[in-house]
Design a binder for this molecule. Structure first.
Ligand code: SF4
Length: 451
């Protein structure tokens, strides 16, 4: 078989797209290699959500370029959000690229490789797919690898929210959902091949089913449907928008045992004027009310979030509102960013008025606060036995396995080396907290397990 080297940047949807590309390439005669030097095809699946991610991608290609010079037969492609955003412009910067494919052209990857091999004319395919719904056709036959214990399933793509800072509606297009039956069929296949946890994905996952489906199914109904598939031991979804959290969804957290007690719910800012400028469509009060409702229905629920500091015009007092909201919610973890303007977004037209130094200082403040809250929240689990789904071998010295608790904390633990395997759900006694990670010791099988 020929060899493909793949690198993936960005969110879980990009990881899922890369898995799909690996599958399509496998059926075109390519096996994945971790050694870029022996590759016949190099594929970089890119992200453009932040300026930093873009810089990393350009520097990676700077390192890859000599390989192409030494081996003119090598095929090199760039896919994902940066491809969609920049299109042909990338060919001017990187004329050695053979193809540039936007996220909607994933299924055409084998055709792009074929074309690169036959005519060596670079292609740029960044048009949006015009179909009413989102569909991922089943590929007959074996895949290159079995899914891990936790498997991603894309259920909706694109986003209609148009937050003023975000490129997603421009790089991934308008919201489109997959028919529920197609999703259930994929989940059944994954479970049959060893998956025990299903993570439903979408840029705005809880907008699932809002329009376009031939057989309309609401997001919470889909959760009941997936959880009811035999073999699905755990269910998660990401990423949600607060405006699409319905009462029925809150009840689903309460009523579905397999739905884990964790919700990633981006808030972005704790100040109403900034939230308005961001076009988030809710106030800080509304967000806090939603959190109160979730916590009253599901007392053990863990929350995580995304926060942007230094948004154009953010004053010191407005930034303080964000710190206050973080304290009040008590997020277990957060993805924290200093604002950087993204091309084509409305906020890029605003005056980027917060000095970089102030942005850096604010970022450090939210990081420090989050670390403190994480440590305090983790303390509640310390010395207790927690249920862990083993995802694989631990990379950490002194630990044998790694996995996650329902509230999404990572756990590295020792013990059980001869009897345990990935996919088992076990009891682990926690002994130490390191950031958003526990260290612990195997404390016995959990029930139910290995059913
Ligand atoms: S909801 Fe999320 S994906 Fe959609 S525009 Fe806003 S930040 Fe971007």
């Amino acid at each position: 078989m020929k060899q493909v080297y793949m690198d993936t940047f960005g969110c879980q949807m990009n990881v899922a797209d890369s898995d799909r590309m690996e599958l399509l390439l496998f059926h075109s005669g390519y096996a994945r290699t971790a050694n870029v030097e022996e590759a016949d095809l190099i594929l970089v699946n890119t992200c453009s959500i932040r300026e930093k991610a873009e810089q990393k991608i350009f520097s990676l290609f700077g390192n890859l370029k000599p390989l192409k010079r030494n081996n003119p037969g090598l095929v090199m492609g760039l896919t994902g959000c940066l491809a969609q955003q920049e299109g042909e412009v990338l060919l001017k910067k990187m004329p050695y690229l053979d193809f540039i494919l936007g996220p909607d052209a994933v299924e055409r990857l084998p055709a792009a490789v074929e074309r690169a091999l036959s005519c060596r004319e670079p292609v740029v395919w960044t048009g949006f797919d015009r179909a009413k719904n989102y569909a991922i056709p089943e590929v007959e036959g074996e895949g290159p690898v079995n899914p891990g214990p936790s498997a991603f399933v894309n259920i909706v793509k694109g986003c209609d929210k148009f937050c003023s800072f975000c490129v997603v509606p421009f790089t991934r297009g308008r919201e489109k959902s997959r028919e529920a039956e197609e999703i259930y069929a994929e989940v059944r296949r994954l479970v049959a091949r060893g998956a025990r946890e299903i993570v439903l994905l979408g840029q705005n996952v809880n907008a699932y089913g809002k329009r376009g489906l031939d057989k309309p199914v609401a997001f919470h109904e889909l959760l009941y449907g997936v959880a009811g598939i035999p073999g699905v031991k755990r269910l998660r979804f990401t990423t949600s928008h607060p405006r699409d959290v319905t009462r029925d969804l809150v009840r689903a957290f309460r009523d579905i045992d397999a739905l884990m007690d964790h919700l990633h719910l981006p808030v972005q800012s704790g100040n109403d004027r900034i939230l308005d400028l961001m076009r988030r469509g809710h106030t800080a009060r509304e967000y806090l009310d939603l959190v109160a409702e979730l916590k009253s229905e599901v007392p053990d629920i863990a929350l995580s979030t995304d926060i942007i500091v230094g948004f154009p015009g953010e004053t010191a007092a407005e930034f303080e509102d964000t710190l206050e909201l973080m304290e009040r919610v008590g997020f277990d973890s957060s993805y924290l960013f200093a604002y950087s303007p993204r091309p084509n977004t409305p906020a890029a037209e605003f005056e980027d008025s917060v000095p970089e130094e102030t942005k850096r200082a604010r970022l450090q403040k939210v990081i420090d606060l989050q670390n403190r809250i994480t440590l305090a929240n983790g303390g509640k689990f310390l010395g207790r036995e927690v249920d862990v789904l083993i995802e694989g071998r631990a990379a950490r010295h002194g630990a044998h396995f790694k996995g996650r608790v329902p509230q999404y904390w990572l756990v590295n633990f020792s013990g059980g080396e001869d009897v345990l395997r990935p996919g088992d759900i076990v009891k682990v006694k926690t002994e130490e907290i390191l950031g958003h990670v526990f260290k612990g010791r195997y404390a016995g099988q959990s029930t139910p397990n290995r059913q």
